[in-house]
Design a protein around this ligand. Structure first.
Ligand code: C5P
Length: 233
């Protein structure tokens, strides 16, 4: 990937230009938390997150939801469609945890009967503020029919992932999705990995995700590897 033009570098990924309509996404070993205040490089993390992301994206595509994933390249990278990222983070919650508990003063680990879909504006300088649908529409961030599609896809993805993980005795607590547009069509983009989801062992409620790093409660590679093992890849 050395000769390819670097289009964008984020906290955990690099995006290289492959052609006019394709990019190569490289998963870095870097890990950050609290909007970059805590950061480290953990050897092997990029490879695990790339494996998990391509596994889930293939599964989601097979269920009829378009994703940016095209093909695997190597341990740390895959080819993806060059979508235009919609500047929203879509957060889906099945159990109370994280900022939801903090914001509303609620105990962690309570099952939410009807999954909650929240939106944040993707803006590091503003600290990714939470935003409601009406504000998204009035700021003309996204058209209404696109926003409705994001929500429809997000809930469908929630069913696909939750039921798959349930069979592995893992609870899908909450996670973040990003979407992009290509030819006026909505595609699931970015990643789905232990960096962007909360996964709990159903029996022990132990975290198999980035909370291990955020809360200093164990070895990140051990937990991410255990998640890999549990989903059989
Ligand atoms: O921090 P909070 O509890 O709102 O996060 C909800 C879910 O979204 C968690 O699984 C977290 O890993 C994910 N998330 C993310 N990137 C962000 C914010 C949240 O992957 N910028």
């Amino acid at each position: 990937t050395n000769e390819l033009k670097l289009l964008y570098e984020g906290k955990a990924k690099k995006i290289y230009e492959k052609s006019s309509d394709e990019v190569i996404i490289y998963f870095k070993d870097d890990v950050t938390a609290f909007n970059g205040i805590k950061k480290d490089s953990i050897i092997g993390k990029g490879k695990i997150n790339k494996l998990i992301t391509s596994f889930f994206f293939k599964m989601i595509e097979e269920k009829g939801i378009p994703t940016h994933f095209i093909s695997d390249v190597d341990d740390n990278s895959f080819v993806a469609k060059k979508v235009k990222i919609i500047p929203l983070e879509v957060i889906i919650r099945n159990y109370t945890a994280g900022s939801f508990c903090k914001r509303y003063g609620i105990e962690k680990g309570i099952k939410i009967q009807k999954p909650i879909v929240e939106y944040s504006l993707k803006d590091d300088d503003l600290g990714d503020p939470m935003i409601c649908k009406n504000v998204i529409l009035s700021l003309k961030q996204v058209e209404e029919k696109i926003l409705n599609r994001l929500e429809y896809y997000s809930l469908k993805i929630n069913n696909i992932l939750s039921s798959f993980l349930e069979e592995k005795n893992i609870i899908l607590v909450d996670y973040k999705l990003e979407f992009g547009i290509y030819d006026n069509k909505v595609y699931l983009a970015d990643e789905i990995s232990p960096d962007t989801c909360r996964f709990w062992d159903k029996d022990t409620m132990e975290s198999l995700d980035k909370d291990v790093y955020r809360e200093d409660k164990g070895n990140l590679i051990d937990k991410y590897s255990e998640f890999l093992r549990r989903i059989n890849i």
